[in-house]
Ligand binder design. Structure first.
Ligand SMILES: CC(=O)SCCNC(=O)CCNC(=O)[C@H](O)C(C)(C)COP(=O)(O)OP(=O)(O)OC[C@H]1O[C@@H](n2cnc3c(N)ncnc32)[C@H](O)[C@@H]1OP(=O)(O)O
Ligand SMILES: N[C@@H](CCO)C(=O)O
Length: 305
């Protein structure tokens, strides 16, 4: 660490309570290194929750990170207060003349729409196109990953017969690749989605490599061979209770959801879920920041190609 954000960002206080923001500004300045510039295009409706989750995983490295929070301009979010957005968020227009070391494009609950129906699709595709020349490595999550695979590689999105929700077992296909260095042969990771990116389309594209997959729910980690684009089709950033909240929300709506798989002790929703994916999540984000961002990015950002 440390992560540099505006001091009054609520996520900062939450993570300080977890002892995450451990280095003070004076020490950070005395280190005399260039902080990494990482933008988070936050497409999730519960933006503050996502901020906490992503800042937590990004903070598990010795690197200094400057965070830029981005919202869409062509779609105005409705579940995050305007004052929070005004205070902490910028739009693509504000930063498009900069170069960045890394960018994260989050998930979004728009799976059932065709990509082109999503109100900010044109803006998102402009951003994705821009990342190819202005960002060292871009990390896409869940719907953001499906959208990136579709935009960059034409990988189709397929609606599943029923929602995938739970903690699934995955295997690593090639542990020598740096993104999964330090992973165990098998590991657990959350998924929460009603769609998947076509496994056939992914496998027929020679630029794409599948690094981790599950017999039950398919692909989890896909990347381009050059590491410039990472696609994570699950939610390793999720908190202990995120799937629980989604399940109980859908119960309350009368949607009769299935219990998240392999999640509650004794499969009983009254029991506190065990956190079984945090070490993997920390390892994945640290590997990304280290090998695909820090070791790859030029000291002079204008030299990104
Ligand atoms: C597949 C994945 O990537 S998983 C990630 C998504 N998961 C989550 O977001 C989990 C948390 N979300 C939730 O629990 C719910 O979405 C809630 C409770 C926040 C809101 O649910 P509802 O009120 O039923 O949905 P609502 O119709 O208001 O739209 C929800 C979100 O869908 C998105 N959305 C809806 N319509 C559109 C549209 N036409 N274009 C673009 N985005 C849209 C927006 O992100 C919207 O939230 P926002 O306006 O705050 O950005
Ligand atoms: N994670 C999402 C899936 C829907 O896009 C939810 O259950 O809210």
């Amino acid at each position: 660490m440390p992560i540099k954000t505006q001091n009054n960002l609520p996520a900062k206080a939450i993570l300080e309570n977890e002892n995450i923001f451990v280095m003070d500004e004076d020490r950070a300045i005395s280190q005399n290194i260039r902080p990494l510039k990482i933008a988070i295009l936050n497409l999730m409706p519960l933006k503050e929750e996502t901020e906490v989750q992503l800042l937590r995983v990004l903070s598990n490295t010795p690197l200094q990170i400057d965070i830029i929070l981005l919202q869409t301009a062509s779609y105005q979010p409705t579940h995050t207060s305007q004052s929070h957005l005004n205070m902490f968020y910028q739009t693509f227009d504000d930063i498009k003349d900069q170069k960045l070391d890394g960018m994260i494009i989050t998930g979004a609950p728009v799976e059932f729409m065709d990509f082109e129906q999503v109100e900010y699709w044109e803006e998102l595709t402009n951003i994705m196109e821009w990342t190819k020349t202005n960002v060292t490595s871009t990390f896409h999550i869940c719907w953001g990953a499906q959208a990136g695979l579709y935009y960059h590689f034409g990988v189709r999105k397929i609606i599943l017969p029923k929602k995938v929700s739970g903690i699934y077992r995955h295997r690593v296909n090639n542990r020598k690749v740096q993104l999964v260095r330090g992973f165990d042969d098998v590991f657990l990771a959350p998924h929460s989605r009603n769609t998947e990116s076509s496994p056939e389309d992914i496998r027929t594209h020679e630029e794409l490599v599948v690094l981790a997959e599950s017999d039950e729910v398919g692909d989890l980690i896909v990347m381009t061979k050059d590491g410039k684009q990472i696609f994570v089709l699950g939610h390793l950033e999720y908190d202990r209770l995120t799937l629980d909240t989604e399940y109980k929300r859908d119960m309350a709506k009368g949607l009769n959801p299935e219990k998240p798989y392999n999640y509650y002790p004794d499969d009983n929703p009254d029991n506190r879920p065990l956190l079984t994916w945090r070490a993997t999540s920390d390892c994945l984000y640290s590997n990304w920041l280290n090998y695909y961002v820090y070791q790859t990015t030029p000291y002079d950002l204008t030299k990104i190609r």
